[in-house]
Design a protein around this ligand. Structure first.
Ligand code: ATP
Length: 327
């Protein structure tokens, strides 16, 4: 079978914004132009595809964005793209602009959209993993995760100063509805006394004894980091349970959206540049319906179905290590 050649590449960012999306966009635009392809940015993810918010760009359009957070071409969650009618409209618009290949920069929901689109229209698409959650199978890290961990860590360090000064017990909630990657790494690096992640059932009684025993053994502060999706509840719920069982007073900090923003770290800029560059190379080479990732410093391709369908394992040994180091 002869390889279909790509003439015009569309690129969009979708789902939750993540630091490094702009660096990935820059890499996609410049690599495509270097290879003589037309490049079109699509505003607001799938919404812009449906509404025809599509614009041809040159290399200068992505000047001075590698260091910026958020996404200059905006992002959105699109209910309409979940419908047959919405996807048909999107397809018609892409055809109108002569776009025959797409690079999707986003998380698992974005890639589920790609899978549907590929099934229906055989549209050549490659996914670039960008989400602070790091919950995609087929890459060691997703774009935005490193920055989010560093942002959360900075907040924990500040809270530790107050916890230490007042001998106080803090419960800090970080993002992670289904995955505890941010929580685990932030917790370890911030020296948290306990780390609660959705992947492991939380034993509140055990947690209470641990907190009490650490205070009894002379700890002057105590920080629990919990992922928002933990089975025992969010920070307020867990705090109330602990107070009821131990009488220990607590303070809650929910880090929330500050974890998403900010200038991307060097690691995220590098990852975004590499994955953006390779996504275009592979698209031109005829690959489709795959996500480009990096595993052990090597660029790898993973079927979109696997990238969203398979569970990326969390390092359980690291969790045990964190407990030992906090004792
Ligand atoms: P993050 O992990 O940061 O939340 P994400 O890409 O997972 O990013 P979502 O909001 O889950 O963000 O998905 C982005 C968009 O992808 C959705 O708003 C929707 O338009 C589209 N999408 C998600 N799932 C599907 C699906 N099954 N079929 C078609 N489109 C989908």
């Amino acid at each position: 079978m002869t390889k279909k050649s790509i003439n015009n590449i569309g690129v969009f960012t979708s789902g939750g914004d993540a630091p490094g999306m702009n660096a990935a966009l820059r890499a996609v635009v410049r690599t495509a132009i270097y290879h003589g392809k037309g490049v079109f940015t699509i505003k607001c993810g799938y919404e812009g595809m449906i509404d025809g918010e599509i614009e041809r760009v040159n290399s200068r359009a992505v000047s001075n964005i590698i260091q910026t957070g958020g996404t200059v071409i905006k992002t959105a969650r699109s209910e309409r793209f979940r419908t047959d009618h919405g996807r048909k409209q999107a397809f018609e618009n892409l055809k109108k602009f002569g776009i025959d290949g797409l690079i999707a920069i986003g998380g698992d929901g974005t890639f589920r959209g790609c899978i549907d689109f590929y099934k229906e229209y055989k549209f050549q698409m490659i996914g670039v993993p960008a989400t602070i959650d790091n919950d995609l199978y087929g890459t060691d890290f997703t774009i935005g995760y490193d920055t989010a961990v560093n942002t959360s860590l900075d907040a924990i360090d500040k809270i530790r100063d107050t916890a230490q000064s007042h001998k106080r017990f803090f419960i800090i909630e970080v993002m992670g509805r289904d995955a505890g990657f941010i929580c685990l790494e932030t917790g370890i690096a911030g020296g948290a006394e306990s780390i609660l992640i959705p992947e492991i059932k939380t034993d509140v009684n055990k947690l209470c004894s641990q907190i009490k025993s650490l205070f009894d053994r002379g700890k002057t502060s105590n920080i629990v980091v919990v992922a928002e999706g933990d089975d025992a509840g969010g920070a307020y719920e867990i705090g109330a349970k602990i107070k009821q069982k131990t009488g220990i007073d607590y303070r809650v900090v929910i880090l929330g959206h500050i974890q998403r923003g900010g200038s991307p770290s060097a690691k995220d800029r590098l990852l975004a540049s590499k994955l953006g560059y390779w996504s275009v190379k592979h698209l031109i080479d005829g690959k489709a319906n795959v996500m480009v990732g990096e595993i052990n410093s090597k660029i790898v391709l993973t079927d979109m179905e696997d990238s969203v369908g398979k569970k990326k394992p969390i390092d359980m040994d690291a969790l045990e290590m964190a407990m030992v180091l906090a004792s």
